[in-house]
Ligand binder design. Structure first.
Ligand code: 5RP
Length: 234
């Protein structure tokens, strides 16, 4: 079964939370897109009053095209669920997110939700985070000194083989997030101290958001070749 089929199956499995009087954060990315499209069909079919809060312009546009009832996070500060994808997820449900560049808004919306559901294909499940480069959103002002501080911290933490890259867009220009920031991707190989790394990076002037989502996700709906597995954090 292809990754796309697994993503779609996981997204459709998550439809069980789309009900009347429920507020749902919408993630960003291809898996979240499957959820948005399927949720729109369910809402229309069952005439539901579900409210949705998107985490990016792309998710907003897709949800709007399908006629979902959209609100922004300022108007709906407490959500029942957020349904979003991940770049990697480990057995403790710690995730790397931000492959699509939406990590800042995704983290704000997810952390405002009672339950965060990760929908993903089997390839996202890892024993140890870090094969996927860790996105760090940084202020464009002082991007070079911030990068230098990150490099020093990584050396100090023992990531001597770490590679850092300023993310570029399709035209080869620096990628700019919807909050107007840059992203530095950290290729670390294996992240052995996710909490410590997150804390150190978060404390650094110039760092806006770290793509480690720790203690946020409680439920995983994992698309596999044998169907969708629902897992709950212990
Ligand atoms: C976007 C994200 C996405 O959830 C992550 O990149 C997974 O994307 P996809 O569902 O396309 O595999 O964090 O910032």
């Amino acid at each position: 079964m292809s990754a796309e089929t697994q993503k779609k199956a996981a997204a459709e499995f998550a439809l069980k939370v789309v009900e009347n009087d429920v507020k749902i954060g919408l993630g960003t990315g291809s898996t979240a897109n499957f959820f948005i499209t399927a949720a729109a069909e369910k809402v229309k079919r069952e005439k539901l009053n579900t409210v949705f809060v998107p985490t990016s312009a792309a998710s907003y546009a897709l949800a709007q095209k399908h006629g979902l009832n959209l609100k922004n996070i300022e108007d709906v500060p407490f959500l029942d669920f957020t349904v979003d994808g991940a770049d990697e997820i480990d057995p403790q449900f710690r995730m790397i997110k931000g492959g699509g560049g939406a990590l800042h808004r995704e983290k704000i919306v997810a952390s405002s939700s009672r339950f965060v559901i990760c929908i993903c294909d089997d390839s996202k499940r890892v024993e140890t985070l870090g094969k996927f480069p860790l996105p760090v959103e940084v202020s464009k002002f002082g991007v070079n000194p911030t990068a230098w501080k990150i490099e020093r911290a990584l050396q100090h933490l023992g990531y001597t083989e770490a590679k850092m890259r300023l993310r570029a867009n399709a035209e080869g220009k620096p990628f700019v997030t919807e909050s107007g920031n840059a992203i530095i991707d950290l290729a670390l190989g294996k992240i052995t101290d996710a909490e410590r790394l997150e804390g150190i990076l978060n404390n650094m002037p110039g760092v806006i958001e770290v793509g480690l989502f720790i203690g946020i996700c409680g439920i995983v709906m994992l698309g596999t070749d044998k169907g969708v597995e629902e897992l709950t954090r212990k």
